[in-house]
Design a protein around this ligand. Structure first.
Ligand code: F6R
Length: 242
C-alpha cells in the first residue's frame, strides 16, 4: 500500500479523478466500483467535469455501486443509489447497461448478492475501486469482524454505522442491515483507493496505518493490497504516528 497525502481534500479528489481517467484511457472497458457517502463527492465532481471537458471516451465504462442500506429504495435521497444517480449516472448519461446497483428492496438479498458476484466474475473482476472509511473502520458495509475474503453479502449494521448513517437522511431512519460488495472483491480489484478527509477521520486513519492488520479493523485490509493507495488530506493524516 502507498500512502499519499495532499494539503486539501479538493487536491486529493482531483488526483483520484485523474487516476480513474488514466485507467479508463488505458482500458476503455474499465469496471469502476465506488462508494457513496460524503468522501467521494468531490472526486465525482472532478471526474464528471474532466471526462466531459477532456472529451474522454467513457462509452464502455461500467459502474458498480459498492453498497446500499437494505430496505431503502433509490428514490430516497439518503440512499447510496440516489447519490450515484445524482453524481455520476445522470451527469454522464450512463445508460442502464452501463451500471449495476444492489436492489436493496428485494426480499431475496442472497440472490442480489449472487447477481453482483456473478456480474463481477463475468466482467473479469473489478478494475478500480474507490472507497471511504467509516468511523469504525468499515469499508462499504464490511463492518468490524467481516472476513477479508468475503464476497457480496448482507450484514447487520454496527451501532456506529446506524448512528452516523443518519446524516444522509432528511428524517430519522431505521437502519438495520446493509448489502455490500465484500472485502474479497476489494483484494482482487486491480487498483484500490481508500480515501479519507477531515479531522474526524484522523484517529481511524492512524489505526488503519499503525494497528495490526486484522479483521476487527476492516480498513487495515488496504495494507494487504499490492496496488492499494490510502489517499488523505492534511487533516485526516494529522494523527498518523510515524
Ligand atoms: C458508503 C460506504 C461507506 C462510507 C463510509 C464513510 O457507500 O460505502 O462505507 O464510505 O461510511 O462515509 P463518509 O464518506 O460519509 O464519511
Amino acid at each position: 500500500m502507498q500512502l499519499i497525502k495532499f494539503e486539501t481534500h479538493d487536491q486529493a479528489s482531483a488526483w483520484i479523478a485523474d487516476q480513474i481517467i488514466s485507467s479508463l484511457i488505458k482500458n476503455p472497458n474499465l469496471i469502476l466500483c465506488m462508494a457513496s457517502g460524503d468522501t467521494p463527492a468531490k472526486v465525482c465532481e472532478h471526474l464528471v467535469s474532466k471526462l466531459i471537458e477532456g472529451k474522454t471516451d467513457y462509452s464502455k465504462l461500467f459502474f458498480l455501486g459498492l453498497d446500499e442500506w437494505y430496505g431503502i429504495g433509490p428514490e430516497d435521497t439518503g440512499s447510496c443509489a440516489f447519490s450515484f444517480y445524482q453524481r455520476l449516472i445522470n451527469p454522464l448519461g450512463l445508460q442502464k447497461d452501463r451500471y449495476h446497483f444492489f436492489n436493496a428492496l428485494s426480499d431475496d438479498p442472497a440472490s442480489e448478492c449472487k447477481k453482483m458476484d456473478d456480474l463481477i466474475e463475468e466482467k473479469g473482476g473489478i478494475d478500480f475501486m474507490l472507497v471511504g472509511v467509516g468511523m469504525n473502520g468499515h469499508i462499504g458495509f464490511n463492518e468490524p469482524g467481516t472476513p477479508f475474503d468475503i464476497k457480496s453479502h448482507i450484514i447487520d449494521l454496527d451501532e456506529i454505522t446506524i448512528n452516523v448513517g443518519q446524516k444522509y437522511f432528511s428524517e430519522a431512519k431505521k437502519l438495520e442491515k446493509g448489502i455490500t460488495i465484500g472485502l474479497g472483491h476489494l483484494l482482487n480489484s486491480k487498483t484500490v483507493i481508500v480515501q479519507a478527509n477531515g479531522i474526524k477521520k484522523a484517529e481511524i486513519i492512524n489505526r488503519t496505518v499503525n494497528d495490526d492488520i486484522n479483521e476487527s479493523l476492516p480498513s487495515s485490509v488496504i495494507r494487504l493490497h499490492t496496488n492499494g493507495f490510502l489517499v488523505l488530506d492534511h487533516a485526516a493524516a494529522s494523527l498518523i504516528e510515524e
